[in-house]
Ligand binder design. Structure first.
Ligand code: PEP
Length: 330
C-alpha cells in the first residue's frame, strides 16, 4: 500500500507515528509513504494527516516502483551521471590483466566517450581452473588507471568477505548475473553509500530482478543501476544469451532506476555486440556496458565477445546518436 500525503510534512508526521509504533518495512519518499505490510496501516493515526491519494496497487518491490518514487533516479559519481537523459558508457576489458593494459584500454574507451572504466579482478568463472582474476593487485591497477584518466571505476564483487577491500578501491560495485540473488551480498552492498550495478540473473524474471534490487534499497542504498545482460532461452545456439530488449522499456516503466544494456554478455560473439547494443539504445536504455580488448584473441577472459577499441568507438557513436534521436522524438 502506498499513500500520498498532501505535503512532505504530513508524510513526516506519518513516519513519526510509524516509528513510535516501531512498525517495520515502512518507507518514505517525499510525500509518499509505502507500507509493505498492509495490516500496519491500521496502527497509524491517519486522522491527523492529509491523505491526498491511496495507491492500492502496490508491487512487492515497493521502493523500486515508480508508484512509490515517480521521478527518475539519477546516479552521480565524480566523472559520470547516469539516468539524467544522457547516454552513459561503461567500457573496458573483461578482466584486469596488467597495469599497462588497463591504462591502455581506459585511454581508448575514454577517447570514445566512456566515463566509467570496467574490469573484473574477481571473476565468476564456470570452471574452477579458469583464470579467476588478479584480486587486490588488479583492483589497485584499475584504481590507478581510473584516477590517471579521470574516470570512474566499476568492478564486480562476488563475496561479502571482500566488501571492505573492494570498497577501498571502487566507485561502483557490480553484482554479476550469478550473484543477483546472493542475498547476503545484496544486503552488504545495501549498507554502503556507493552505487551498485545489479545485473539481471541469466534465468531471472523482471520481478526477480526488482526484488533483488529491493534487498539493496532496504538497506538504505538507493543508488541502483539495473542491467539487462541477456537471459537463457530455448535458443542460445548462435548467441551466448538472448538479449531481452523488452526488459528495457518494461523496467523503465516499472521502476525509477537507470537501466543499462550489456550487449557483450548477451551476444557472446563480437559480430552481434553492436546490433544488440544499438537495439538497447533504441529501446530506451540509459547507457551501455561493453567489453573491449586490443588483442581479443589474447584476452584472459571472453575474448570472443570483445570489441576492439575501434569497433567500440563506432558502437559508442552510433548508439549515442540513436539515443539522442529517440529522446528528440519523445
Ligand atoms: C562481467 O560483466 O564481467 C560479467 C561476468 O558479467 P555477467 O555477470 O553478466 O556474466
Amino acid at each position: 500500500m502506498i499513500i500520498e500525503l498532501k505535503t512532505i510534512e504530513d508524510a513526516d508526521q506519518v513516519m513519526k507515528a510509524v516509528n513510535d509504533k516501531k512498525l517495520e518495512h515502512v518507507f518514505q519518499h517525499k510525500n509518499r509513504v509505502g507500507f509493505v505490510d498492509q495490516k500496519a496501516l491500521g496502527d497509524v493515526p491517519f486522522e491527523i494527516n492529509n491523505v491526498k491519494e491511496v495507491i492500492t496497487d502496490h508491487p512487492a518491490a515497493l521502493q523500486a516502483s515508480r508508484l512509490f518514487h515517480p521521478e527518475n533516479t539519477i546516479i552521480k559519481t565524480q566523472h559520470s551521471v547516469i539516468g539524467d537523459g544522457s547516454f552513459a558508457l561503461i567500457a573496458g576489458p573483461d578482466s584486469i590483466e596488467s597495469e599497462e593494459h588497463v591504462q591502455l584500454m581506459g585511454k581508448d574507451v575514454k577517447e570514445s566517450g566512456a566515463t566509467l572504466l570496467r574490469g573484473g579482478s574477481f571473476k565468476p568463472r564456470t570452471n574452477p581452473y579458469s583464470f579467476q582474476g588478479l584480486g587486490e593487485q588488479g583492483l589497485k591497477w584499475h584504481r590507478e588507471a581510473a584516477d590517471k584518466l579521470g574516470m570512474d571505476m566499476v568492478t564486480e564483487i562476488m563475496d561479502t568477505r571482500d566488501l571492505e577491500m573492494v570498497d577501498k578501491y571502487t566507485d561502483i560495485f557490480q553484482i554479476g548475473t550469478r550473484n543477483m540473488q546472493n542475498f547476503a551480498l545484496l544486503k552488504a552492498v545495501g549498507q554502503t553509500d556507493k552505487p551498485v550495478v545489479l545485473k539481471r540473473g541469466m534465468s531471472a524474471t523482471i520481478d526477480d530482478l526488482l526484488n533483488a534490487s529491493e534487498y539493496i534499497a532496504a538497506g538504505g542504498n538507493h543508488q541502483i543501476i539495473l542491467m539487462e545482460r541477456g537471459i537463457r532461452t530455448f535458443d542460445n545456439k548462435y548467441t551466448r544469451n538472448t538479449f531481452d530488449v523488452s526488459a528495457i522499456p518494461v523496467l523503465k516503466d516499472l521502476t525509477h532506476y537507470p537501466v543499462i544494456g550489456d550487449p557483450s554478455h548477451a551476444a557472446g560473439v563480437t559480430k552481434f555486440v553492436e546490433p544488440i547494443g544499438l537495439a538497447a539504445a533504441a529501446a530506451g536504455a540509459d547507457g551501455l556496458m561493453v567489453e573491449i580488448h586490443n588483442h581479443p584473441k589474447e584476452a584472459f577472459v571472453d575474448g570472443k565477445q570483445a570489441l576492439t577499441p575501434a569497433q567500440f568507438d563506432h558502437l559508442a557513436k552510433v548508439a549515442t546518436k540513436i539515443h539522442n534521436l529517440v529522446k528528440e522524438a519523445d
